[in-house]
Design a protein. Structure first.
Ligand SMILES: Nc1ncnc2c1ncn2[C@@H]1O[C@H](COP(=O)(O)OP(=O)(O)OP(=O)(O)O)[C@@H](O)[C@H]1O
Ligand SMILES: [Mg+2]
Length: 357
């Protein structure tokens, strides 16, 4: 199937500086794609290029088989919603949402019914005559979303749409955006530097760094199979162990870190090769006594933090190796006692991600 959105080799330089560096990806219709990356990595610049507010130096952008190169921003079937979405303060909710529609040839009655539909969609029915200053942060945010959706764009670009909201409201709004997106089947690109937001929202995630798209995959792929240390470290908590490949043992590799570690991997390594072993916190078990499991060693518990559903520990093992681990409170474990000063960690060979050193 031909991709609905096709982005090919897009680059943007400011002087000698590459803000966007040869970015390519395709999206299918109805995807909710998140662009994730640290501040300054080029996310907003890429969106501005797609919206037509910025001209790229190289590359092409097609929607539904149509090249957008010579299409004016106003004529693109694209809408963009910025982090600091500005509602018109003197206009009612109705007039804010219908602003773009009133510039088309749509009859008034049609505009009215479209706005009512949108208000229902964002759960603000009955608020059409209110002024923005009488709305809560989350409500304003939903008016902005309705306004962005009013002209039924084929592609909606959201640049950190939730950044201004507090944590609880953010997560509620995330689910709401997801529901609305599913209902409409509009293709969304959501820019965020909040990796949790990306995990919950997206069908797929693109991780950017220094203008480049480093990895693209489903949230699960990005979390469980990061291809570089940068991605592993940026998305979620992780601990790294420096190691050297010792020996191939049929289905496993024996690697020497501070302690010998067995790794299950289909990759081919050279004996003597340096690698980085990465472990997600929830893949490491902490017990008060040795279990006899593979990949087990003694640790000192440095500190812990209680998170309601679980406790996060920082521990230190042989040769000063530091690990972050997370014990869910529904795992029956004596190690969940905060009094514990030392313990034993173990992790399965399958849980280890092997990265280039
Ligand atoms: N008009 C411009 N002239 C020169 N440099 C620019 C211009 N616009 C952006 N840049 C630079 O390009 C880089 C990417 O900027 P961009 O706004 O795309 O980052 P971002 O990923 O959106 O970051 P943030 O998460 O902080 O919003 C930055 O280093 C920025 O300073
Ligand atoms: Mg930005």
């Amino acid at each position: 199937m031909a991709p609905f959105i096709s982005i090919k080799n897009i680059s943007k330089k400011y002087g000698n500086f590459s803000a966007v560096d040869n970015v390519s990806f395709n999206l299918q219709k109805g995807e909710l794609f998140s662009l994730l990356g640290p501040s300054g990595c080029g996310k907003t610049t890429l969106l501005r290029i797609l919206a037509g507010f910025e001209v790229s130096n190289t590359g092409s952008f097609e929607i539904d088989g149509h090249d957008m190169d010579n299409v004016d921003p106003a004529d693109r079937p694209v809408n963009i919603m910025f982090q600091h979405y500005a509602l018109f303060p003197h206009m009612s909710v109705f007039n804010n949402i219908s602003y773009g529609l009133r510039r088309t040839s749509l009859p008034k009655s049609e505009i009215k019914s479209r706005v009512e539909e949108l208000l229902e969609l964002v759960r603000l029915s009955g608020m059409s005559e209110r002024k923005p200053k009488t709305l809560s942060g989350g409500q304003k945010q939903r008016v902005a979303l309705a306004r962005a959706l009013a002209r039924r764009p084929k592609l909606l670009l959201l640049d950190e749409p939730l950044a201004a909201l507090d944590k609880k409201l953010r997560s509620d709004t995330q689910f709401e955006i997801c529901k609305i997106q599913e209902q409409l089947g509009t293709t969304f690109i959501v820019v965020t530097h909040d990796q949790e937001e990306a995990m919950t929202l997206s069908t797929r995630i693109g991780v950017m760094n220094e203008g480049k798209l480093i990895q693209l995959g489903t949230p699960k792929e990005i979390y469980e199979q990061p291809q570089t240390s940068f991605v592993a470290d940026f998305v979620g908590e992780i601990s790294f162990l420096e190691a050297v490949v010792k020996e191939n043992k049929n289905t496993h590799w024996l690697m020497q870190a501070a302690v010998p570690i067995y790794v299950s991997s289909d990759s081919n390594f050279n004996v003597g090769q340096k690698v980085k072993l990465a472990l997600r916190p929830e893949k490491i078990s902490l017990t008060s006594r040795p279990t006899g499991n593979i990949n087990e060693f003694k640790v000192d518990i440095l500190d812990f933090a209680f998170y309601g559903a679980g406790t996060q520990y920082r521990v230190i093992g042989p040769e000063g190796v530091k690990l972050k681990l997370y014990q869910s409170h529904n795992q029956p474990s004596k190690a969940n006692s905060p009094m514990l000063k030392t313990g034993f960690v173990n992790f399965s060979p399958e849980a280890i991600i092997v990265l280039e050193s």
